[in-house]
Design a protein around this ligand. Structure first.
Ligand SMILES: Cc1cc2nc3c(=O)[nH]c(=O)nc-3n(C[C@H](O)[C@H](O)[C@H](O)COP(=O)(O)OP(=O)(O)OC[C@H]3O[C@@H](n4cnc5c(N)ncnc54)[C@H](O)[C@@H]3O)c2cc1C
Ligand code: SF4
Length: 462
């Protein structure tokens, strides 16, 4: 497992990032992979700790420790060190259907649990993972693999985010005929229409969809399964239906915004930005030339900051409700992510203001938004106000169409994926609530095992 003295010999080196002031001028990916020799050293840092908490994936008091997919991290670190990348790939794909997604956007709870990180810096697990899968694609090891035989069972997966894709991938390789139904023009869910291009380039998602298509998965896009007739047809014609429609219902802003233009939710803003870049739509929703105020924190808020800068906003401010002390590290420093780095480079100031909210909206004689007054008493110029205050659950229309019980999200027995409807299952954010890509994949894999058991009476899926 790595080199026993590697962590003493080599320091942690993350993938390099293009300089912030430079990368805000385009939408290209900003990480640059390390040279192979340095990557091998990073694998060698894995210290043979004996109890690899990094792959434990246990949740304790609401916090997850280790990889929810139980990725076999020490094994592939060792293979990276010895240069056996193809074996590393085989071990990685045992537990993770889409390392090219998690290798780019996972917040890496594995690294927080790395023993090497207790007294020093943890292993670069996520970057190592990305290196293995990208090497797999470049070296043509990621060839389409069709199942040797088919079971004769048909499964419809509704929603093509990471959860739906994981269900489809697992059940297809098991020999069931899988059709993925997606209401958008392209597959990928929030990977495509939420997470911005510079974090997750869209050709990376397309590459995976093409591979899955070559492996036998059918994709039907532009079809809304919440139409009652479509839902009834799917339940009638397929042996099982798995709902993976996400949890995109935004949490209300708590402001009276009636009749005031220039106010939207973060997901609407990001979706419009991606659609414009993909040439699907030229939405008027853009930050270009505007003073932007973003309410909220987390991935969505950060992605809105970075997208606003790339679109050419005049200024960007992020209002965070909780005080700064709630976010500071033990050493009192405030963690910055890629978007905050970019704002610092472009505007020479951190966009975040802590412990404040929007108290009042200011409009001109035509009713157009001109500014906001904060609870701190400041007045900020603002022509675009973006709410990124979290999510309230899944959309009601799909649940109604399929007759599935929901609270905020779809109700299933704890730890299970079957709904109150005989052949209908649910997974991902739609069942779990707004979460992470790694959890969506984990849910998709577990749901696939349950569907397999339902279809043929037993399963050998993990
Ligand atoms: C802006 C943003 C940034 C994020 N950044 C990160 C990050 O950096 N790292 C991370 O780990 N997580 C991130 N997340 C969270 C992550 O994207 C989600 O947890 C994950 O995508 C959930 O996967 P899912 O498959 O359950 O649902 P989704 O990805 O939401 O996919 C659901 C799919 O179902 C489709 N659908 C819905 N209704 C219907 C219908 N009636 N008929 C047909 N299709 C339908 C939708 O169009 C969509 O394609 C981010 C989320 C957001 C919003
Ligand atoms: S999927 Fe996320 S948690 Fe798991 S090994 Fe990769 S980076 Fe770590």
């Amino acid at each position: 497992m790595g080199k026993p003295t590697g962590f003493l010999e080599y320091t942690r080196k993350d993938d390099t990032c293009r300089p912030a002031y430079q990368r805000v001028k385009d939408w290209d990916e900003f990480h640059i992979a390390l040279p192979d020799a340095v990557r091998a050293q990073q694998g060698a840092r894995c210290m043979n700790c004996g109890v690899p908490f990094c792959q434990a994936g246990i949740t304790y008091e609401g916090k997850t420790f280790g990889c929810p997919l139980h990725n076999l991290i020490p094994e592939w670190n060792d293979m990276i060190m010895s240069g056996n990348r193809s074996h590393a790939l085989a071990r990685l794909l045992k537990t993770n259907n889409f390392p090219e997604f998690t290798g780019r956007v996972c917040p890496a709870p594995c690294e927080d649990s790395c023993i090497c990180g207790i007294y020093g810096n943890s292993i670069t697990i996520r970057d190592n993972e990305l290196c293995i899968i990208e090497d797999g694609f470049v070296s043509k090891h990621m060839n389409p693999k069709r199942p040797p035989q088919y079971s004769g069972k048909k499964v419809a997966v509704v929603g093509s985010g990471p959860a739906g894709l994981a269900v489809a991938d697992q059940l297809n390789h098991r020999g069931h005929s899988v059709t993925v139904i997606e209401k958008e023009a392209r597959a990928g869910g929030l990977l495509t229409y939420g997470i911005p291009n510079m974090k997750l380039p869209k050709d990376v998602i397309q590459r995976r969809i093409e591979l899955m298509t070559d492996e036998g998965v059918s994709f039907v896009t532009g079809l809304n399964a919440a139409e009652p007739k479509t839902a009834q047809r799917l339940m009638r014609e397929y042996d099982a239906v798995v709902l993976c429609c996400g949890a995109g219902k935004p949490r209300p802003l708590g402001l009276d915004t009636t009749g005031v233009p220039g106010i939207c939710y973060g997901t609407e803003f990001l979706r419009a930005a991606v659609r414009r870049l993909l040439g699907e739509e030229d939405s008027p929703l853009t930050a270009a030339g505007l003073d932007v105020v973003i309410i909220g924190t987390g991935d969505t808020a950060s992605d809105c900051v970075a997208t606003s800068i790339r679109q050419g906003c005049k200024s960007v401010t992020q209002l965070v409700r909780r005080p700064k002390s709630d976010y500071a590290n033990a050493d009192g420093n405030l963690p910055t992510d890629y978007a905050h780095e970019e704002a610092l480079a472009f505007f020479q100031s951190d966009p975040r203001r802590f412990g404040v909210q929007v108290k009042e909206l200011l409009t001109d004689d035509h009713g157009l938004l001109t500014g906001v007054v904060t609870t701190g008493g400041d007045t900020l110029p603002c022509q675009l106000l973006i709410g990124a205050t979290g999510f309230a659950g899944c959309e009601d229309d799909v649940c109604k169409a399929f007759g599935v019980e929901q609270n905020k999200t779809v109700i299933t027995e704890k730890g299970h994926y079957r709904t109150n409807v005989e052949n209908v299952f649910a997974a991902g954010d739609m069942r779990r609530g707004q979460s992470l890509v790694v959890w969506a994949i984990a849910e998709g894999r577990a749901a696939a095992a349950e569907v397999d058991q339902f279809l043929i009476g037993y399963t050998n899926l993990a």
